[in-house]
Every structure is written in C-alpha cells, then in structure tokens.
Design a protein around this ligand. Structure first.
Ligand SMILES: [Mg+2]
Length: 402
C-alpha cells in the first residue's frame, strides 16, 4: 500500500503552458505523473492543486483512485468547471500511473486489457487553397493515415471575406478579414465536391467547423455535406447550442463528432444516450482524467457511439498517453486525434507514445509508461506574454464563438 506524501506541479514548454502533476508516495521511488495543462490558465490550475487539492489528499491511500476522485470533485461544492476538472485530471492520471507501477502492468491492462494492437489516428491536413490541401492529404495518406481532417487554413478557414470586399460600418474594427456564415456554406461543400472528384471515396475525410456557424447554418452545412460521406463533421455547434443536434439528426446522416469544449456530464451524457452524436471528442484532462473517461467510453459502447479523444495543438505527451491507454482498452473506440511534438519536447518525456505511420504505439512499461525528465522539461520553459485564442468577428464587429 502506498500513501501520498507530496504533490508537485512542474511547468514546462514555451510559455509554461504544460503543467505536469507529480505525486510522490511513502514507497521508495514510487511516484506517478499526470497532465493538468491548460493553454491559458496554467497558474490558476497550479494554485488550485497546491493550495486546495494537495492538502486534501496528502496522507491518503494512492490506490483509492475512485474515492480520491470523488472527494476532490465534491470538495469545492461547485464543480464541473474547466479549471477544477483539469487539476483533478492531473491527480487522477498520476494515481493511475502509480497503480500501474504497483501492479507491474501498463494502465491499459488495468483498464481491461488490450482490444487492439495499436491505436489508429487521424491526421490534420490543411492548405489555403484546394491544391495545397490535396497535396497535404496525399502526403498524410502516403504516411499511412486513412482518416484525414481537411481544412482550408486555420479556424473558420473558407468563411473569411477580405475587409476591402465588404460594406463595413463607418466605425468598423481594424481587421483584415471577417467571418461570413453564408460564404462558409458555399466554400466547404465545394471543397468536398472537389476532394471527392479528385481523390474518390476511399479516403475517410473529416472537417472541423470550430463551432463558427449560427445553429441553423450548422444544420444546413451538415445536410449539404451528406453526399460527400464524411467520416465525421466536427464541432458544427458551440456547446451552448447542442440541442440543435436533434435538428441535424432529422435532416441528414452526416456523422457528428462533438465535445472538445465539454467539461460537464450534462453536456455529453444526453448526446450519447439519445444517440445524437457519433463520436465524443472530450479532452481527457478536461473531463477530469482517466476515471471519468473510462465511464464515458463504457456509456458510448452501450449506445453505439464512439470515442475520439481530443488531442492536437496544445496537449502534452502525458495527456496523449492517457488517451492512448483508454483507446487501447476501449471497445467503443472510434479514432484518435494525432499530435506532433518537437524532438526536444519528446526528449523531456521518456517513454512517450510513439506515432508511426498513422498509428500510436504504447510501450509495455508499468503505469502510463511515460516519465518526465525534469532537467529537459525545465530547459523548454520560457515564459512570454499570455497568448490568447484567435478572435474571429463578423463585419459588424460581433464575436464569432469558437
Ligand atoms: Mg476540433
């Protein structure tokens, strides 16, 4: 039996946006690590862990994962917020890491054992025009990816009008381009018509709307894309408008993937149990770690919905490892989003998951199989000014929700 003796928070990557929780125990050399990263609120999460959560769990049995999880979850009375969930996830993953080390087996074996030999991932292809996009899709396909996300540029790409081409108000904001729903409804179906015409239907293609559309336009887009038989359409609605999935279901068969902004079970549970989405895209750390995500995965299996845990961009290798262990043990698994790290970032996380030819591979080490090299991690750390998410607006100056 191991008792928790100390909870450390280690900040790494440029801007210190990765927060790794390290839980030490009273057993010599036995510790675990977890991901509590948040691109915008690292310091807030570290404060929550150090000042509120650590005093609550020091001295507790590290093996009582479910009980510790419930204890932290209810400790602040108010719950299901992004900050507490992320802090909780860091603790939860570290406890699973410790349990795996105590048991002498990888976490995915503790979760029920492997249901697959490797984890298929989907790639992010992009280009500012159709030719560049096709080139990128072919490159990923040749690497081994069968499922490929297709985007015209960054968030909302395909829906931007140049300021010079729009009748703007006299007091308009000084921006080069503005988002336009109707243009997006024209551009994206045209993009898929081109892709299917040039590449055929054997590739499995997805598209991420990044929640940019008004809800009725989201319904229209899903319907317009039906002939192109997407693998899934991602985040077509913002979390505030998820009741509109009922209307999408009534209109078309385009598969729906949703959830990277979800933090509350009341967001994802009804969508799963009413079979209103096809892939749940929660980020493991934003749901509160491996413990709640295993429950989500089981709920999905019963309802014919699949998992597609969010990765990409700002996630760290420990969160990726946690997602991979869930993927390995999940019958209701659908696909895993890929993530690319620099060589120096990977060097800071020995035992990291290996991405090769469109598949993610776990190692056979006990626990999560990943560690943090604190010297290398410290070398990655440079604190710059806070980097906020891109802010898109409509011609009248109003914000487009991401
Ligand atoms: Mg997305």
């Amino acid at each position: 039996m191991a008792n928790i003796t100390e909870v450390q928070t280690l900040r790494t990557r440029a801007n210190g946006t990765w927060v790794i929780v390290k839980i030490l125990t009273d057993q010599p050399g036995l510790y675990g690590i977890g991901s509590a990263s948040d691109h915008h609120h690292s310091s807030t999460i570290i404060t929550a862990i150090n000042e509120v959560i650590a005093p609550l769990i020091i001295g507790r049995n590290a093996g009582h994962i479910e009980d510790v999880w419930q204890s932290i979850y209810t400790s602040a009375y108010w719950r299901n917020g992004s900050i507490l969930n992320t802090a909780l996830a860091g603790i939860d993953m570290a406890l699973w890491d410790i349990k795996g080390k105590e048991a002498g087996m990888p976490v995915y074996k503790l979760l029920g054992g492997p249901t697959r030999t490797a984890v298929p991932c989907y790639a992010h292809a992009g280009g500012n025009d159709i030719e560049a996009l096709i080139e990128d899709i072919i490159r990923y396909n040749e690497e081994g990816y069968e499922v490929i996300r297709c985007q015209l540029g960054a968030y909302g790409g395909g829906g931007f009008r140049e300021a010079a081409d729009i009748p703007l108000p006299k007091n308009h904001l000084s921006k080069d381009r503005f988002f336009d729903d109707e243009l997006y409804l024209e551009t994206i179906p045209e993009m898929f018509a081109n892709l299917r015409d040039r590449l055929g239907f054997s590739l499995k293609l997805t598209h991420d709307v990044h929640e940019h559309l008004r809800p009725h336009n989201a319904v229209t887009l899903a319907k317009l894309l039906e002939p192109y038989r997407l693998f899934f359409l991602e985040d077509v609605l913002s979390p505030e408008q998820i009741d509109w999935f009922r209307h999408i279901r009534q209109q078309c068969t385009t598969p729906q993937a949703m959830g990277e902004l979800f933090v509350n079970p009341h967001e994802y549970v009804p969508l799963i149990t009413e079979r209103l989405i096809d892939y749940v895209r929660v980020r493991v750390s934003k749901a509160g770690g491996i413990t709640p995500c295993q429950k989500i995965a089981h709920l999905c299996e019963f309802h014919g919905v699949h998992t597609a845990w969010q990765e990409g961009g700002d996630n760290d290798p420990v969160n990726q490892a946690a997602a991979m262990h869930l993927d390995m043990a999940t019958t209701g698994f659908g696909i895993q989003e890929e993530n690319h790290f620099s060589p120096s970032e990977l060097a800071a996380f020995p035992g990291h998951a290996v991405l090769d030819g469109g598949y993610l591979y776990a190692n056979e080490e006990p626990g999560l199989g990943i560690d943090i090299d604190e010297k290398c991690a410290k070398d990655l750390l440079e604190i710059h000014a806070c980097n906020h998410a891109a802010e898109d607006r409509r011609p009248d100056g109003s914000i487009v929700r991401p």
